[in-house]
Design a protein around this ligand. Structure first.
Ligand code: A3P
Length: 284
């Protein structure tokens, strides 16, 4: 069973963790105004958002997303293979991170750099995480979904408590340089969400260009793109590569949770997310 590397109570994936990097990010890393930061709790649709943003930058031309691995286009700042790339990269950077707000670069909070925070129904995050993280050697492997739900509710999964992650980053939601998106809205109205991202980034795309972004970021196309689907990452348990493109749907948790698990989850959700205005979370 693989474990975690812990930093200030947050579990990180052992294979990409270096304590000095996580410390440096908070205190030393300087965010540039022209950087764009993609923030998510794992399994919320991170790779989908990265591909959309890359395609917006190229006005729908798929060459970049088809020739450069996703982790080189928008490196994970907290990973030992991402940080060195980012600190040496000149010009505007795409930066991906799963870090909770209190571990993120202090320089971001006084910068005009833009960030997008993508949120997904935590029940679907659980199911997605169970199949991906729970069955890989990236994190701890639970014996059942029930165990994984328990760990999730305790915050004993990669990147810690979903509730604290979301609460923390949502404190930025009124800032002009911070856009909050929901996976559920992206699924319901992908084109509308792409336009919203374009507006936020100040990018003007014509109707044909928008259609290209839509086409090349679709689940089917991404599933077949080796530069986005993680098949290049070969691990001991996965000699043929990992696969992050599982189902790409909303509400799959209903096929997995028992009634009792759903009730326990609801209770914890109500307690931990109390205080947000009604309608804050599109799935509730
Ligand atoms: P499922 O496991 O529910 O299928 P992340 O990128 O944060 O690891 O999230 C992975 C989840 O996003 C997976 O969910 C994956 O299928 C989904 N996803 C990836 N690309 C997608 C796309 N183009 N459209 C819809 N969902 C997508």
């Amino acid at each position: 069973m693989s474990g975690y590397s812990w930093f200030e109570g947050i579990p990180f994936p052992v294979m990409w963790f270096q304590k000095e990097i996580v410390e440096d990010i908070r205190n030393m890393f300087v965010v540039k105004e022209e950087d764009l930061i993609i923030l998510t709790y794992p399994k919320s649709g991170t790779h989908w958002l990265i591909d959309i943003v890359c395609l917006i930058q190229t006005k729908g031309d798929p060459k970049w997303i088809q020739s450069v691995p996703i982790w080189d286009r928008s490196p994970w700042i907290e990973y030992s293979n991402g940080y060195p790339v980012l600190i040496h990269k000149e010009g505007p950077r795409l930066i991906t991170s799963h870090l909770p707000i209190h571990l993120f670069s202090k320089s971001f909070f006084s910068s005009k750099a833009k960030a997008i925070y993508l949120i997904r129904n935590p029940r679907d995050v659980i199911v997605s995480g169970y199949y991906f993280l729970g069955k890989s050697n990236i994190g701890k492997n639970p014996e059942s979904l029930g165990t994984y739900i328990e760990w999730f509710l305790e915050g004993n999964v990669l990147y810690g408590s979903w509730f604290e992650h979301v609460r923390g980053w949502l404190s930025m939601r009124k800032c002009d340089n911070f856009l909050v998106l929901y996976y559920e809205d992206m699924k319901k109205d992908t084109k509308g969400t792409i336009k919203k991202i374009c507006d936020f980034l100040g990018k003007k795309l014509g109707p044909d260009e928008l259609d290209l972004v839509l086409k090349y970021s679709s689940f089917q196309v991404m599933k077949e793109n080796n530069m986005s689907n993680f098949s290049l990452i070969k691990l001991d348990l996965h000699p043929n590569g990992l696969n992050i493109m599982r189902k790409g749907t909303t509400g799959d948790w209903k096929n997995h949770f028992t009634v009792a698990q759903a009730e326990v989850f609801d209770k914890v959700f109500q307690e931990k997310m109390a205080g947000f205005p009604p309608g804050m979370f599109p799935w509730e």
